[in-house]
Write a protein that binds this ligand. Sequence first.
Ligand SMILES: *Cc1c(COP(=O)(O)O)cnc(C)c1O
Length: 233
Amino acid sequence: MKKMIDHNLQDIRKNISTAALQCGRDPATIRLVAVSKKFPASDIKKAIEAGQFLFGESYIQEAAQKKTEIGDAASFHFIGHLQSNKAKLAAQIFQMIETVDRYKLAATLDKELKLQGKTLDVLIQVNIGQEPQKSGVLLQDAEELFKQLIPLSNLKIRGLMTIPPYHDNPEHTRPHFQALRMLAEELKEKGYFFDNNHVELSMGMSSDYTIAIEEGATLIRIGTALFGHRPTR
Ligand SMILES: *Cc1c(COP(=O)(O)O)cnc(C)c1O
């Protein structure tokens, strides 16, 4: 098993480099988020041994348990749907929350952060395919949300995140990645991000990450291609 994670990680790193270089990007500007949800902490440890430091988790309780086991040997991003009543715990566990998509959640997080005396990097999740079942702010509501978030000074809004509609042919996700990048550029022009010279775009998963890289991804979230098929809960 260690061998497999090790091997998969090397393959993915190679693919990231190749895709980046082919479109004239520096591979070092693309960070791999190893999506370890539903996999045991022992798999995270194997990936750490193979040189991976950044992981993505979708469930707060599961992540809290892993954080206890792994400690500071890894950095965790939250990529699942966050309920406001879990904001306190989330603010303690994660280096970044990639799925802020509504004012109430952001305000609760900000309040918790003030109590904990710290700031937190966040991304705004955009429902780029306008899918009713998915989380994320709609494209046309994004700017209004950014305006509402301005006073929440303990949140550092680093960029945008999306989970586009699934397609068997990954080429079909390309327009969604382009739409996210264009939205980021618009918001950047208006100065809405914490650092408008360095805006993060979290997009691309196992099946389409090389396309996401071509379209400007700075964070790619990969589970299956690294750890294998997720065990059913
Ligand atoms: C599970 C998950 C991933 C990883 O998906 P794979 O197809 O296994 O690479 C990426 N992003 C989010 C938000 C997820 O929930």
